[in-house]
Design a protein around this ligand. Structure first.
Ligand SMILES: Cc1ncc(COP(=O)(O)O)c(C=O)c1O
Length: 372
């Protein structure tokens, strides 16, 4: 990739407000274009945020053509998270859940308030649906409810956050989510919590139980290493869940039962998959912490909660890291996720999902790439 290409094509996002385009225009999701292009193809991959995938045969036998797979997945998810079945909408990954939540909750004229730095699809999908998107800042990953309230406008219908936060991996405690949801409920606003990584750090938890106005979503993708199943779920009040089920008709018609079948297998084997994760991840985070300590004069490191698969670095001098990261891909064969895609050009997300030897070498090469 030519140096600077990424920069030139990078989305321009204003901090206060990003005005949505007409519904007919599909905005590019730069981060996902980058991920599809590079993740898994660069020798030292410190960018992929999901656990090393388990093979289908190792996961176990599942039917691919049984239409009852959907109900089986719903029942398994209900058992694991203690959420009533009528509040569960099965989706194709957390991505499918985000689309479904927005399509259901934003309505004709609803606006979205989303965190920054943030996972780009969280704002692009809403833009595409024609919503105005405003942003609030999460300083160092922390969520200040005052900042959320200040950024609300009269037409804000929905506030979207990730927990743990992507990219900083900061975990909000249930108390903080309850407080925020209470403040939003008083203003008639729904809180959407994307919990794609929550099982890695707080298994069996979901924010759905923390407030009547809280909806949440997750999938088998990241923490359990089952990305290929594309099995996800959205938790919402029964009334809206009934509407949300229609989103499947509008998007994919009928989701493949194989996805839900493997999804059910993943959910019922979740504790075994988390043990596998602990085994695979053992000792890797320490390598990154050592790297962080060694370069503390150049990079700040946001310490993630135990179990996290990634962490967040920021350049202390405020350099824009994207060109250096691009150079690292081409010259050294090492990749990390540029913070620019998350709205923070002086940051980068480093994951430790690759094998130990590759991580060790990758960190050495990263030092060179970032000119530390
Ligand atoms: C915060 C967040 N939500 C959703 C997704 C997409 O998850 P899935 O692959 O299950 O669609 C990702 C993937 O990177 C993510 O980081």
């Amino acid at each position: 990739m030519a140096e600077g290409t990424l920069a030139a094509s990078s989305a321009k996002r204003s901090l206060s407000s990003v005005v949505g385009f007409a519904r007919a225009v599909l905005p590019a999701v730069r981060y996902l274009d980058f991920a599809v292009r590079w993740f898994g193809r660069v020798r030292y991959d410190l960018a992929s945020s999901g656990l090393e995938p388990i093979s289908a045969s190792e996961l176990g036998a599942a039917t691919v053509d049984d239409p009852s797979a959907r109900e089986r997945l719903v029942a398994a998810v209900a058992r694991r998270y203690g959420v009533p079945e009528v509040e569960i909408v099965p989706t194709l990954g957390t991505s499918g859940a985000l689309f479904t939540a927005y399509a259901t909750l934003l309505g004709q004229n609803g606006a979205l308030l989303v965190e920054r730095p943030g996972y780009e699809p969280l704002l692009r999908v809403a833009e595409w649906l024609g919503a105005r998107v405003d942003e609030f800042q999460r300083e160092g990953g922390l969520l200040d409810p005052e900042r959320v309230l200040t950024a609300l406008r009269a037409d804000t219908r929905l506030v979207a956050i990730t927990n743990p936060h992507n990219p900083t991996a900061t975990l909000l405690e249930e108390q903080s989510i309850s407080e925020l949801s209470g403040l939003l409920e008083a203003r008639g606003v729904t809180l959407l919590v994307d919990e794609a990584y929550l099982e890695s750090v707080a298994p069996r938890r979901s924010a759905r139980r923390l407030g009547a106005n809280v909806v949440s979503c997750a999938s088998a993708t990241k923490a359990w290493g089952v990305p290929w199943a594309r099995a996800g779920w959205l938790f919402m009040p029964e009334r809206t869940a009934r509407d949300a089920i229609r989103a499947e008709r509008h998007s994919v018609g009928t989701a493949p039962p194989a996805c839900f079948s493997f999804g059910e297998l993943a959910v019922t084997n979740a504790d075994r998959l988390l043990k596998r994760a602990a085994r695979i991840q053992d000792g890797k985070r320490e390598l990154v912490e050592r790297f962080a300590a060694r370069h503390a004069d150049r990079l700040s490191f946001t310490a993630p909660p135990p179990g996290s698969l990634f962490g967040w670095f920021e350049d202390i001098r405020g350099r824009r890291l994207t060109p250096l990261i691009e150079h690292g891909i081409e010259r050294f064969g090492v990749i990390v996720s540029p913070g620019e895609f998350f709205g923070e050009p002086s940051g980068c997300r480093v994951s430790w999902t690759t094998n130990r030897a590759a991580l060790e070498r990758g960190l050495e090469l990263l030092r060179e790439a970032l000119e530390l």
